[in-house]
Design a protein around this ligand. Structure first.
Ligand code: HEC
Length: 193
């Protein structure tokens, strides 16, 4: 089930005169903080799961915990928080048109020499009739990720992945590749004046 977001991107200036730069900055900062927290929680859970029973065990961490964390953040703030990629493991995470174009830009920025660990992009868009701040942060592939996203995944883990994700595209990555991105959509704060 893909996220079906009808989306018309609009320039910041066109989104309305009630957008104040200060609100917008605060929302970008809040997005950054949420992504940091999401990343750290996930990494901790992943490392614990790997230690406990290897990658085949930790598959359930990504399978269950990652979406659970994402929905916790979404529920907390009324945001949409998730992870996406140009090559998804779970079709639920497939990018919409806006996300796809940002991911493609990230790839181009990487080719131009930029460090994926520092890449982010945000923009105010008009979506479902309202102004939204959309934020994405690239996720680089680390050594830890290769057990489940690399070129050589052990056969037990591979079988487990194939069972859960028959359309898995998220294999064959190398350290330093862009594995995907965190993505946040939040209602735009307005002053109400
Ligand atoms: C133990 C196996 C495992 C490890 C290790 C692992 N992943 Fe995953 N990854 C998964 C699974 C399973 C999913 C599908 C999650 C879901 O159903 O939403 C996934 C999904 C993702 C997604 C969401 C997009 C998609 O492909 O569906 C990203 C981004 C991602 N992983 C990045 C990473 C990064 C970065 C690392 C290393 C820090 C990592 N993963 C390590 C198993 C793993």
């Amino acid at each position: 089930m893909q996220r079906l977001l009808t989306l018309v991107t609009l320039a910041l200036a066109a989104a309305g005169p009630d957008i104040h730069a200060a609100d917008y900055d605060a929302q970008v900062t809040a997005s950054r903080e949420t992504v940091q927290e999401f990343m750290q929680t996930l990494k901790k859970e992943l490392q614990a799961g790997m230690q406990e029973g290897g990658p085949v065990n930790a598959v359930s961490v990504c399978n269950l915990t990652a979406p659970a964390i994402a929905s916790t953040y979404s529920a907390r703030n009324g945001w949409e928080v998730g992870r996406t990629s140009l090559k998804v493991r779970n079709p639920v995470n497939a990018p919409d048109a806006w996300e796809r174009s940002v991911l493609e830009t990230f790839e181009a920025r990487k080719r131009a020499g930029e460090d994926p660990a520092k890449m982010e992009y945000y923009e105010v868009v008009r979506q479902d009739g309202a102004g939204k701040l959309r934020y994405m942060k690239a996720i680089p592939t680390a050594g830890l990720c290769l057990a489940c996203h690399g070129e050589q995944v052990d056969s037990i883990t591979k079988t487990r992945l194939e069972t859960l994700y028959p359309d898995d595209q998220a294999l064959g990555y190398r350290v330093g590749d862009i594995r995907g991105a965190f993505t946040i959509t939040q209602p735009l704060a307005t002053t109400g004046k």
